[in-house]
Design a protein around this ligand. Structure first.
Ligand code: C2E
Ligand code: MG
Ligand code: MG
Ligand code: MG
Length: 286
C-alpha cells in the first residue's frame, strides 16, 4: 500500500510539474504577445479621505485576460515580468493606457484626478527611467502633477544614495511619491526622512489583522504617528469592514483604499462611481 501510495503521489507531482512548466512557457509567449498588442485593461481603485470624505485619487491596477490562460492575476504575471525584464515594456504599455484614460476623463469633465501607478524596481533602476516615462506623459499631453509613483520599500532601500537623488528629481518634475506595502519590507525607519515622500501605504496584512491582534494595531498606530511627524500622509490598504474603517479613523489615518468602499473598477464604471459618490457622500458620515 505504501509503495503504491508513494508511486501515485509521485505521478501526481510529476503531472503538476508538467502542467506548471507548460503554463510558464505559455505565460512567457502569451505575455510577449500581449505586450505587443497592448492587450491589457486598467482598473482603478478609489482612495477615500477620512477627513473630507472625498475621493482624493485612484490607483491604477493592470488586468489581463488571455484566450488560452484565462484571467491571469497580476500577482502571477507581474513577478514573472520582473524576472524576465518584460516588466519594462509592460509598464510602458500600462502608463500609456493610464494616460489615454486621463485624457478621456478630462473630456468628460473629470479634471486632475490623481492616479497612482505601481513602479517595479527593475523599471525604476533604469538610467533613462525619468526620460522614458516623461516622454509617454508628454505624448498624451498629461502632467506629472496628476501622477503618483508607488515604490516598495525594497526598491528604495537598494542603493539609497542614487534613489534619493532620483526621487528628488521626480518630485521636482511634479510626481508624488508613495511607499507601497509598507511594513512588509526591511525598511530602516531612519531612511524615511531622507526620502521626499508624500504617502505611506500600510500593507493590507496589518489592516486586516488589526481588529483581532493587538500588536498589529499597535504597529499601525505607530506608523501613523511616525508618518505624521515626518509630514507624510498614511493610506490604509485593503480595508474591508466598517470596524476597520472606524478604528483607522480613530487612529488618525488619512486615507483608505479597500473593498469597503470599492474594488478596482474599469474606467467607465469609475465615472459613474464618482458621480454617485458626490450625491451620497453626505449620508455616508464616515
Ligand atoms: P498593490 O500595489 O499593493 O495593490 C493592491 C492590491 O490589493 C490589488 O491587487 C487590489 O486589488 C487589492 N485590494 C485592494 N483592496 C483590497 C481589499 O479590501 N481586500 C483585498 N483582499 N484586496 C484588496 P491586484 O490588483 O491583484 O494587484 C496585486 C499586486 O500586483 C499589486 O499590489 C502590485 O504589486 C502588482 N500590480 C498590479 N497592477 C500593477 C501594475 O500596473 N504595475 C505593476 N508594476 N505592478 C502591478
Ligand atoms: Mg500599489
Ligand atoms: Mg500595496
Ligand atoms: Mg501588494
Amino acid at each position: 500500500f505504501a509503495k503504491q501510495n508513494g508511486r501515485s503521489q509521485y505521478a501526481f507531482y510529476f503531472d503538476e510539474l508538467k502542467t506548471d512548466s507548460k503554463r510558464i512557457l505559455l505565460l512567457e509567449s502569451e505575455l510577449r504577445k500581449a505586450i505587443q498588442q497592448k492587450a491589457f485593461v486598467i482598473h482603478y481603485q478609489p482612495k477615500v479621505s477620512l477627513n473630507t470624505q472625498q475621493i482624493i485619487g485612484v490607483e491604477a491596477l493592470v488586468r489581463w485576460t488571455n484566450d488560452k490562460l484565462g484571467v491571469v492575476s497580476p500577482a502571477e504575471f507581474i513577478p514573472y515580468a520582473e524576472d524576465t525584464g518584460l516588466i519594462i515594456p509592460l509598464s510602458e504599455v500600462i502608463l500609456e493606457k493610464v494616460c489615454i484614460d486621463m485624457v478621456d476623463w478630462r473630456s468628460k469633465g473629470i479634471q486632475d484626478l490623481p492616479v497612482s501607478i505601481n513602479i517595479a524596481a527593475l523599471h525604476f533602476q533604469q538610467d533613462d527611467f525619468m526620460e522614458r516615462i516623461n516622454a509617454i506623459i508628454m505624448k498624451y499631453n498629461c502632467s506629472p502633477y496628476q501622477l503618483e509613483l508607488e515604490l516598495t520599500e525594497r526598491t528604495v532601500m537598494q542603493d539609497s544614495e542614487t534613489v534619493v537623488t532620483k526621487l528628488i528629481k521626480l518630485k521636482r518634475m511634479g510626481f508624488k511619491i508613495s511607499i507601497d506595502d509598507f511594513g512588509t519590507g526591511y525598511s530602516s525607519l531612519s531612511y524615511l526622512n531622507r526620502f521626499p515622500l508624500n504617502y505611506l501605504k500600510v500593507d493590507s496584512s496589518f489592516i486586516q489583522q488589526m481588529t483581532d491582534l493587538q500588536d498589529k494595531q499597535a504597529i499601525v498606530e505607530a506608523i501613523i504617528l511616525m508618518a505624521h511627524r515626518l509630514q507624510i500622509k498614511v493610506i490604509a490598504e485593503g480595508a474591508e469592514t466598517k470596524d476597520q474603517v472606524k478604528l483607522l479613523k480613530e487612529m488618525g489615518c488619512d486615507i483608505i483604499q479597500g473593498y469597503y468602499f470599492s474594488k478596482p473598477i474599469p474606467s467607465t464604471e469609475l465615472l459613474d462611481f464618482l458621480e454617485l459618490w458626490e450625491i451620497h457622500k453626505q449620508e455616508r458620515n464616515l
